[in-house]
Design a protein around this ligand. Structure first.
Ligand code: GDP
Ligand code: IMO
Ligand code: MG
Length: 422
């Protein structure tokens, strides 16, 4: 039996999961997504090529890999079709390499409209959703109304689609002044469904467990980050799925005893896109620098990402909930020229110092920082840990000591090659 290894984002998403999965895939035969949907944007860079994957697992470009969209994922036929056609243009035999769980739920055009209407109605307190229909689709899943890929081949699929659409139209009529027209988009959606019928819809829990028995190496690829988890994130400013490690169990049908290594990915600083609390957020020129040097603009929406210092209180919380066994630090190179680097090691809440992530991040919360002298040199060309400047090693080793987990991989640039494995 070979256990399933897991790659997870430990912050608010965009930690660099796509790059890490791409780097790790030579060690795995199968890459499986277990939650989220096209709200994700996972960037890959190799040679002169760049891709942003939303629903397709980041193993797709590696020869011989098998890629699974698990039952816990919500799939938009339009977005997935577009993505697959782009990948197929690169000569990748997508129909042989990608399988879709019959139990994965389908995002309807009206789910997207419901997302937009709900956000508009929230006004100032909006979540900052990517508006891909994620929340409404998961609501239909738990509300037991959803459509799944296994339903696509049923003779009454279109009737069932129309029934759910009518229900949504009824709900949308409650939002005064919200106007929409899905007629054109619906045609593209139906074309997407037709295109996807050319793919294998599988009972992924059976196939995955059979692979585990046969010692096949499987990597589960998370989307979003632990602080966007619907249970453990900064609720209600979260996504609608379980992004934490437990999501692998429900999103792929893998028992907890069959989870192996948990790779926790974090940026050497922090970013967040959309609304919600962010204790170490910077509103000054340092935040601007992080955004500019780190190209911190959303891969899906192009929105500027909010930037701030690394938050060890939040990171330790994610490490705890996820059972992280190895840490992977990304984008260290972004701080090459920084004189001083700060890390939050505790919070002051109402004058009291606390070292745990609280129920709610309130306005009177103030981070307590530990400062480090910057390394002030270009680390992008470094390929062995020994060759990093001492200031950089001090930073890494402090994080290891605080979290109690080794930093096994360090990324110093977006390319596959810009990776140091210790
Ligand atoms: P994901 O959603 O977790 O896969 O991350 P995104 O792709 O949304 O955002 C990460 C961004 O950082 C992408 O543009 C990557 O190409 C880029 N990136 C990843 N690792 C590094 C790194 O070590 N250094 C720099 N400078 N950029 C990186
Ligand atoms: P990857 O996988 C960063 C954020 C949105 C919003 C909240 C809810 O690329 O790391 P939703 O569309 O799920 O209703 O949005 O979650 N969000 C992400 N932020 N990276 C992501 O994915 C995200 N997916 C959702 O900005 O604040
Ligand atoms: Mg992303």
């Amino acid at each position: 039996m070979k256990k399933v290894d897991v790659v997870l984002g430990l912050q608010w998403g965009d930690e660099g999961k796509g790059k890490v999965v791409d780097v790790l895939t030579p060690n795995y035969t199968v890459v499986a997504r277990f939650q989220g949907g096209p709200n994700a944007g996972h960037s890959l860079h190799f040679g002169d090529k760049s891709f942003v994957l939303r629903t397709v697992p980041s193993g797709i470009f590696r020869d011989g890999s098998v890629n699974i969209i698990g039952n816990g994922v919500v799939v938009d036929p339009v977005s997935l079709t577009e993505e697959l056609r782009n990948i197929a243009e690169q000569g990748i035999p997508v129909k042989e390499k990608l399988f879709i769980s019959k139990k994965a739920h389908i995002i309807l055009p009206t789910h997207r409209m419901l997302d937009a209407a709900s956000e508009a109605a929230k006004g100032k307190s909006k979540i900052g959703s990517t508006l891909k229909g994620i929340g409404p689709t998961y609501m239909d899943k738990t509300g037991r109304n959803g459509l799944r890929f296994g339903d696509v081949l049923a003779p009454n699929f279109v009737d069932r689609y129309n029934k759910l659409k009518s229900k949504h139209e009824e709900m949308l009529s409650q939002y005064a002044g919200f106007e929409y027209d899905v007629t054109e988009y619906e045609k593209t959606w139906m074309e997407g469904i037709e295109y996807l019928k050319g793919f294998r819809f599988i009972d992924s829990e059976h196939e995955v467990n059979e692979m585990i028995k046969q010692d096949v190496a499987i990597l589960a690829e998370g989307a979003q980050g632990s602080l966007l988890d619907v249970d453990f994130g900064t609720y209600p400013f979260v996504t609608s799925s379980n992004t934490v490690c437990a999501g692998v169990c429900t999103g792929l049908g893998v028992a907890p005893t069959k989870i192996g290594d948990v790779y926790g990915i974090f940026k050497a600083y922090c970013t967040r896109v959309g609304s919600g609390p962010f204790p170490t957020e910077l509103f000054d020129e340092v935040g601007e620098e992080l955004r500019r040097i780190g190209h911190e603009f959303g891969a899906v929406t192009g929105r500027p990402r909010r930037c701030g210092w690394l938050d060890l209180v939040a990171l330790k919380y994610a490490v705890m909930v996820d059972g992280v066994t190895q840490l992977i630090m990304m984008k260290s190179d972004v701080m090459n020229d920084f004189e001083t680097i700060k890390v939050a090691t505790a919070y002051k809440i109402g004058g009291e110092v606390v070292d745990h992530f609280p129920y709610e991040v309130t306005d009177d919360l103030e981070p307590v920082y530990t400062e480090f002298p910057g390394w002030k040199c270009d680390i992008c060309k470094v390929r062995r840990y020994e060759d990093f400047p001492q200031e950089f090693k001090n930073y890494v080793e402090f994080i290891e000591a605080e979290t109690g987990v080794p930093v096994k991989i360090i990324s110093v640039g977006p390319d596959r090659e810009e990776t140091i494995v210790r």
